[in-house]
Design a protein around this ligand. Structure first.
Ligand code: NAP
Length: 250
């Protein structure tokens, strides 16, 4: 099936590469006019060109930058139908070693970024009485956690709580707010931030025997953005190749 988001206006933050590019690509393939927002201008512009969309510079760690990206999208296209806030950072550090600045930065991009982007989008979506907001959470935090991810886990668990609050407050406006919880997805970020040994250990832990792809997450976001998901709000979908299923080792 194609055309599930035909002519919808979509803004994908953190869309230059990795999961965000997968989201942008799937939305564009199904008919949306996609604006890719990212702090990486060159890469973001290339991704936008590849999918037939456009680009806006956006640093999700900076509230003013997020608001400008949302307003710019509305100025260009007259409305915003779909917001996917996917930008996230994932440094690893033992709790006793996490500098407060690093904690703040992870929370600022991953969690506050979702709040500010949602707030900025809602100002337009409420007037239109239509909107689909999809936030990239993670299984890490809400479900499981590896050592070194205290700040990341807190940010992603926070996103799930925020999704419920935002969904409740906006249900009567025709706006749904949902999230996707990726397991381990093979992205540029994972390839540069994680060792081959770590990636191999993840493959071994996944019943389906492989990491997921950005398009696996893009497909889920596309579903949540489509009319087929019109009655779904305040929840998340886990996309992890069965990673959470084993009860124990062996
Ligand atoms: P990625 O390959 O590093 O891509 C993330 C994109 O977002 C990059 O273009 C990145 O730019 C951009 N970005 C980062 N911080 C930003 C900011 N402050 N403002 C604007 N753009 C920013 O990462 P990924 O693996 O695709 O992950 C994307 C999202 O999925 C994150 O929220 C992550 O937590 C979540 N997630 C990923 C996995 C996984 O296994 N990959 C699993 C669960 C959840 P830079 O390159 O400049 O940083």
């Amino acid at each position: 099936m194609t055309g599930r988001v035909q002519d919808k206006i979509a803004l994908v933050l953190g869309g230059a590469r990795g999961i965000g590019a997968g989201i942008a690509e799937r939305l564009a393939e199904d008919g949306a006019r996609v604006v890719v927002g990212d702090r990486r201008a060159e890469l973001g512009e290339a991704t936008a060109r590849r999918i037939g969309g456009s680009f806006v510079t956006c640093d999700v760690g900076e509230p003013a930058s997020i608001r400008a990206a949302v307003d710019d999208t509305v100025a260009r296209f007259g409305r915003l139908d779909i917001l996917a806030q996917n930008a996230g950072i994932f440094p690893m550090n033992d709790i006793v070693d996490i500098p407060v600045e690093e904690w703040d930065q992870v929370l600022a991009v991953n969690l506050r970024g979702c709040f500010v982007a949602t707030q900025a989008a809602l100002r337009h979506m409420r007037k239109a009485r239509y909107g689909r907001i999809i936030l990239t959470s993670s299984i890490t935090g809400p479900r499981v956690v590896p050592p070194g991810h205290a700040h990341y886990a807190a940010s992603k668990a926070g996103i799930n709580g925020f999704i419920k609050a935002a969904a409740l407050e906006n249900a009567s406006f025709g706006i749904t707010v949902n999230g996707v919880e990726p397991g381990n997805i093979l992205t540029e970020g994972v390839q540069t931030e994680r060792s081959p040994e770590y990636i191999a250990s993840m493959v071994a832990a996944i019943p389906m025997g492989e990491l997921g792809t950005p398009r696996d997450i893009g497909n889920t976001v596309l579903f949540l953005a489509s009319d087929e998901a019109r009655y779904i709000t305040g929840t998340t979908i886990i996309v992890d190749g069965g990673q959470l299923l084993p009860e124990g080792k062996g």
